[in-house]
Design a protein around this ligand. Structure first.
Ligand code: ATP
Length: 360
């Protein structure tokens, strides 16, 4: 069992004005793939380094496999790591590079060969085993770094932006491979990235970090669909979630959301009072666009049309506010066209306009 249990981790760097991690507690189940995601400086790497034993927390504890490892150095924690600046040794062939951790651990030679060949097979490196790193592409080198980490067969695998040096296409291909490999190994994995698409696609769960804290943690689609604060909805997704100002109009038990001169049906669960200001959050793909008027549709004007290949992204102005709307590539609109928008009330999320927190 190599579950990870982080308890109230606090870390401030000498001279740092704010806490790099501020009372972070979370657990990663045995065999789970957890992604830490968030903007630059939110504390992802610091958290990973505390799990790794490369950084000591000021307060709090790190447990791995039920053992308190807070004070143990990295080499006594049964983990392997891949970092952004993957250091593979230029003077060693791929085979020796991958075998490095095993050689250091004095694993018998036949066992090393067996494990290196299996890792090379998983990462499509078999034909490069006798090459030097100088004769590999960037993507192949990055795969060597990953192979070197997984071959050790540690209880925990830690990765910090391991795909950052790859171009967009390679990054996507490698992401798919990595997901397959980690699932096959069943190793408990913590993966750091600032790339929201990578986080959504890789993680069993994602933890979105903000200013040293976990803003939200959960399965990717749950966090994407129901962000607990506007920050999370604005960080996950491309385009980010739309946010527009509205207010509540109540008549008896019924409530509507007033946006400009238009009423939107409110979610059945809405408890806010008449006149309350709210921020509406809605994903671009949850807005339907029509070219003819209907009583339950909001009128808008197309401002920008951006084909993305599989879909078209429209920027539509509605009551003086802008909404991104994702449509089928068959929808033909041009700037200046009138359109009518509809939103399923179940897909609307409501937030407090002052705090950004979700309103139940
Ligand atoms: P990035 O995606 O840019 O790597 P991150 O989310 O991984 O960012 P951290 O590297 O953990 O963030 O940094 C968290 C905070 O701690 C930042 O404000 C950063 O400036 C600060 N920090 C990180 N390392 C150090 C250090 N060695 N000394 C002082 N401050 C540091």
């Amino acid at each position: 069992m190599a579950d990870i249990d982080l308890r109230n981790l606090v870390k401030t760097y000498p001279g740092g004005r704010n806490r790099a991690t501020d009372d972070v507690s979370l657990t990663v189940a045995d065999g789970e793939f957890l992604v830490l995601v968030g903007p630059s400086g939110c504390g992802k790497t610091t958290l990973l380094r505390m799990i790794a034993g490369l950084e000591l927390p000021d307060a709090g504890a790190v447990h791995i496999g039920g053992r308190d490892v807070t004070a143990l150095p990295a080499r006594q924690r049964d983990l392997s790591m891949v970092f952004q600046s993957y250091a593979i040794f230029p003077h060693l062939r791929v085979r020796q590079n991958i075998a490095f951790g095993l050689t250091m651990r004095k694993v018998p030679k036949p066992e090393i060969d067996r494990r290196v060949e299996r890792a090379a097979d998983l990462l499509h490196l078999t034909e490069y085993l006798d090459r030097y790193p100088a004769h590999l592409s960037g993507g192949q080198r990055q795969r060597v770094a990953v192979a070197r980490a997984i071959v050790v067969d540690a209880g925990v695998l830690l990765m910090d932006e391991p795909l950052s040096n790859l171009d967009a296409l390679l990054r996507m291909q490698f992401r798919t491979e990595l997901k397959k490999i980690v699932a096959e190994l069943g190793t408990t994995t913590v993966y750091v990235t600032h790339d929201q698409a990578e986080a959504l696609s890789l993680g069993d769960r994602v933890a979105v970090m903000r200013e040293g804290r976990i803003a939200q943690i959960g399965p990717p689609l749950e966090v994407y669909d129901a962000p607990c604060e506007t920050f999370v909805g604005g960080f996950l997704g491309a385009p980010p979630m739309n946010f527009v100002a509205a207010h509540v109009r109540r008549a008896g038990n019924d409530a509507v959301l007033r946006l400009g001169d238009h009423d939107l049906p409110a979610p059945a669960t809405l408890l806010t009072r008449d006149g309350d200001r709210v921020t509406l959050g809605v994903r671009a793909e949850n807005i339907q666009v029509a070219t003819d008027e209907a009583p339950d549709r909001m009128p808008g004007t197309v401002e920008v049309v951006e084909p993305t290949g599989a879909t078209i992204l429209l920027t539509v102005s509605v009551a003086g506010q802008q909404l991104k709307v994702q449509t089928a590539p068959t929808v033909r609109s041009k700037p200046g066209d009138p359109v009518w928008l509809a939103v399923d009330p179940d897909r609307l999320r409501l937030y407090d306009p002052d705090t950004g927190a979700a309103v139940d």
